[in-house]
Design a protein around this ligand. Sequence first.
Ligand SMILES: O=C(O)/C=C(\CC(=O)C(=O)O)C(=O)O
Length: 296
Amino acid sequence: MTDRIVSWHCNPSVPRFTPPPGAVDAHCHVFGPMAQFPFSPKAKYLPEDAGPNMLFALRDRLGFSRNVIVQASCHGTDNAATLNAIAKSNGRARGVAVVDPAISDAELEKLHEGGIRGVRFNFLKRLVDNAPKDKFLEVAHRIQPFGWHVVVYFEAAILEEMRPFLNAIPTLIVIDHMGRPDVSQGPDGADMRAFRSLLDSREDIWTKVTCPDRLDPHGPPWDDFACAVAPLVADYQDRVLWGTDWPHPNMEKATPDDGALVDIIPRIAPTADLQRKLLIDNPMRLYWPEETKSSS
Ligand SMILES: O=C(O)/C=C(\CC(=O)C(=O)O)C(=O)O
């Protein structure tokens, strides 16, 4: 690995769709800055810096109010860059960490104080060397007292083999990018049906209806994604989250325009009610529950 890569659009458009005030971008990352927060020696990609100032400028440009920053695999289990971005956000960001299963309770407590509200288990072989299910389950039990949830990233091909592991997780689960279905199969295709059956197996499995750029083989304006995902949002409206996925790790060959990504929201969540659930109510329940308790 030599050259550092740029995986994001350098001049994203201002979206035509205006997110409702208080909207949360519930899946994004920061890279570095490397001089302060070096990448992991095990990183599978080496990006240019995409730090908190860039993230917050994009948030404002797109019309969002808050971010959920997910620790990217290039930073391994050192969450310092994610914590730094959260600390710089004036309370407008929270995060999802990736932890070494040997992490101490005191370190978990520090992550909580720093704004972490979940841990991510990544099963993509191109991103991580190993994904020890037994150790992950121990972690899932240890985060319970903090009220955190588990975020799981896997591809459609391994959904069935993931089921016993997912069944054993004692916390709420969020599946990244719907477990990467082939959206070109349509809303009733085999991948979507399998994913719906997973959602139906537990009411506390949520998902991120994210990444048309990764999932739609036909590219913008991502019609296959919109067609396959809109019925899912309608049917599981209280357990869906949306995010940009900026700075789009590994998408350097087809960097998506973030404004165009935002414009897919009204195509998958066509009513104001669905948009409020997707962009505000649902992410606030998971990441800023203390702000929602009084109103529920
Ligand atoms: O950002 C994403 O959601 C997807 C990624 C990168 C990633 O997850 C990571 O680096 O941790 C991918 O598919 O390459």
